[in-house]
Design a protein around this ligand. Structure first.
Ligand code: LP5
Ligand code: MN
Length: 249
């Protein structure tokens, strides 16, 4: 049956080989049967700029996506808060299409709104201020004029600061704000919503102005891989079995 797959928050990086192996298995065994694969942000642990495409790990991942596209699965990517610097050169190499956030899609007859999810966390004021700064074209132009190694050093600093600040933020502050969810569902005509970012996989139902809207929150790829599969009958969340460790005799 024609279907589409949705994933997010893989946080791919060379230091997490088990997750990388799961992703390669997903690309080889699961994704080719889908008409389309939607990657809703934070595909990479971080992205310092498209001039890092030649890195061997990045080449493996972009080639895997391009291979999928060659087999007929359309690949769509939305920026996350960690990889919003993914740009044209990456999209060309991966044969992927960049989607704006939010993006409204007719998914087998059901209007479906796709988001990364960070913009819904409006109680996290420090993060929202930071986001406004780094999403400005001028800030990005300046940042990208620095050499790659300097950019990576700054990202390392930022990651430390973010981890430290997160340890002082409550779980509620880092979750979506119910009013922000209701407001975008209202503005977009009460669609189904699919997003990631919060790492709290669930199926919620929001009743907005008397209309029921389903909100799917995608799982991260920390313990194992997972994906949402949608077709004309609806959506189902799947967790992948972990790649067995090789046995040594
Ligand atoms: O990603 P996650 O879920 O762990 O945390 C996010 C928010 N944190 C971030 C930062 C990223 O995790 C780090 C990697 C980003 C790489 C981007 C590359 C280009 C930018 C480079 C800039 C130098 O997004 C976290 C949220 C959390 O989600 C939940 O929603 O709380 O937000 C923060 O922790 C941000 C702080 O609250 C505010 C930070 C202010 C930093 C000010 C500038 C520092 C510049 C440092 C460079 C020397
Ligand atoms: Mn995120």
């Amino acid at each position: 049956m024609p279907h589409s797959l949705f994933i997010s928050d893989l946080h791919l990086c060379p230091t997490r080989p088990a997750i990388n192996a799961l992703f390669m298995r997903f690309v080889q065994d699961i994704a080719p049967q889908a008409e389309a694969l939607y990657i809703l942000g934070d595909f990479f642990e971080y992205w310092a700029g498209d001039d890092d495409l030649a890195d061997p790990f990045h080449l493996t991942i972009t080639n895997a996506l391009a291979g999928l596209a060659k087999q007929g699965t359309r690949v769509y990517i939305m920026h996350g808060n960690r990889d919003f610097l993914l740009s044209d050169a990456f999209m060309r190499a991966a044969q992927a299409t960049l989607l704006p956030d939010p993006f409204l899609l007719d998914l087998y007859g059901t209007p479906t709104l796709l988001m990364h999810g960070d913009t819904l966390c409006t109680d996290d004021v420090a993060y929202q201020q930071f986001r406004i700064m780094v999403r400005s074209a001028e800030w990005q132009r300046n940042f990208l004029t620095q050499p790659l190694n300097q950019r990576k050093a700054q990202i390392d600093e930022l990651r430390k600061r973010s981890a430290q600040e997160k340890s002082n933020k409550s779980a509620e502050i880092m979750d979506v704000n119910a009013d922000a969810v209701a407001s975008i569902l209202r503005a977009q005509g009460y669609p189904r919503l699919i997003h990631g970012h919060t790492h709290r996989p669930a199926r919620h139902v929001h009743t907005v102005d008397g209309k029921d809207c389903v909100r799917w929150v995608l799982a991260d790829w920390y313990a194992t891989g997972s994906y949402l599969r949608c077709d004309t009958t609806g959506c189902v969340a799947h967790a992948m079995e972990k790649t067995p460790k090789p046995k040594h005799y």
